[in-house]
Design a protein around this ligand. Structure first.
Ligand SMILES: C[S@@+](CC[C@H](N)C(=O)[O-])C[C@H]1O[C@@H](n2cnc3c(N)ncnc32)[C@H](O)[C@@H]1O
Length: 293
């Protein structure tokens, strides 16, 4: 991993969002209330499992399963050197290196999350972290065999550029392992605006735009994208709110006398909005693997 250029890439709006220590005293600084629910896995547990969705303490288990299944889809193994673009607090970096034997580097714009990640340890000698922006990855051409991006692509302002960067840092034949939520052509400007309001992100691509951007950046899909939208419109729709209200909302409300209840309500509103979009065919949740052409 000595061949990685440690130069600083420019920050982003996301850095400001994740760096703000707006919840002092949480166990995983930089993760806010999401870490309180999902530990070091900062993505929803998109598994078709009533047992997971019906029990808050099991959400993290579902989120880990999502990490594992993308690693399997990408065929990650001991010979791989994985770059996790937008690595949060390193949940996938630690998990894929421990379970699949690869080396893994986490890239993130958030200093606070990187400090938390470094403090959480992991397989000695096989993991590292790098500060930088997905739109200008501070690594040399061909340094990785797999670029991994998990529930973060919606944050990136210039998505085609980030895809070209991931392509550049991949070795010949390298794979992109991708997980994110994308709009469908049925979504309109009001849906975009409400998503932006809830999740502090610039915009969401449609599924068709994503596939075109992957092709234009020099990637060929390896198999069909795997679609987990049925989780959003099914078990998540039935069980998110009762489980959240029982297992998490009271804890979040108790975190701060003035703002706690507001934070708990805002998060419920945000997730319920995404569930509505899944249910009316305007949002999809995809995992896919593409190979560098
Ligand atoms: C919702 S979190 C997901 C974290 C992680 N992938 C996971 O699933 O646990 C989004 C992450 O993307 C990072 N991020 C956002 N924009 C970025 C950018 N332009 N370059 C690098 N990282 C970015 C954030 O700092 C945060 O760590």
């Amino acid at each position: 991993m000595d061949d990685i250029d440690q130069s600083q890439a420019s920050g982003a709006r996301a850095a400001e969002y994740y760096d703000s220590a707006w919840l002092d005293g949480v166990e995983l600084p930089g993760t806010g209330i999401v870490g309180l629910m999902l530990g070091d896995q900062l993505h929803p547990p998109m598994v078709d499992d009533d047992g997971v969705w019906g029990s808050g303490p099991r959400w993290v288990e579902g989120a880990r399963e999502c990490t594992r299944r993308l690693a399997r889809l990408a065929g990650i193994g001991p010979d791989d050197v994985v770059l996790d673009v937008g690595c949060g607090v390193g949940g996938a970096v630690r998990q894929v290196s421990a379970e699949f034997g690869c080396r893994a580097v986490g890239l993130n714009v958030s200093d606070l999350q990187l400090r938390t990640a470094a403090g959480l340890g992991g397989p000695a000698g096989r993991i590292a972290y790098l500060r930088g922006d997905a739109q200008r990855i501070p690594a040399r051409e061909g340094a990785f065999t797999c670029a991994w991006t998990f529930n973060m692509f919606y944050h990136i302002p210039d998505k085609p550029r980030a895809l070209r960067e991931m392509h550049r840092v991949l070795a010949p034949g390298g794979r992109l392992a991708f997980d994110d939520w994308v709009l469908t052509r049925a979504a309109d400007a009001a849906d975009q605006a409400e998503l932006r309001h809830h999740w502090s992100s610039p915009d969401w691509m449609t599924d068709a735009q994503l596939l075109a951007a992957l092709h234009d950046a020099g990637f060929d899909l390896r198999g069909e994208p795997v679609d987990y939208t049925h989780v959003g419109e099914g078990v998540m729709r039935r069980l998110f709110t009762p489980t959240y209200d029982r297992d998490f909302a009271p804890r979040i409300a108790a975190l701060d006398a003035r703002w706690g209840k507001r934070m708990a309500d805002d998060f419920r509103d945000a997730v319920e909005h995404t569930i509505d979009l899944y249910a009316c065919g305007r949002l999809r949740y995809l995992q896919l693997v593409a190979a560098k052409r």
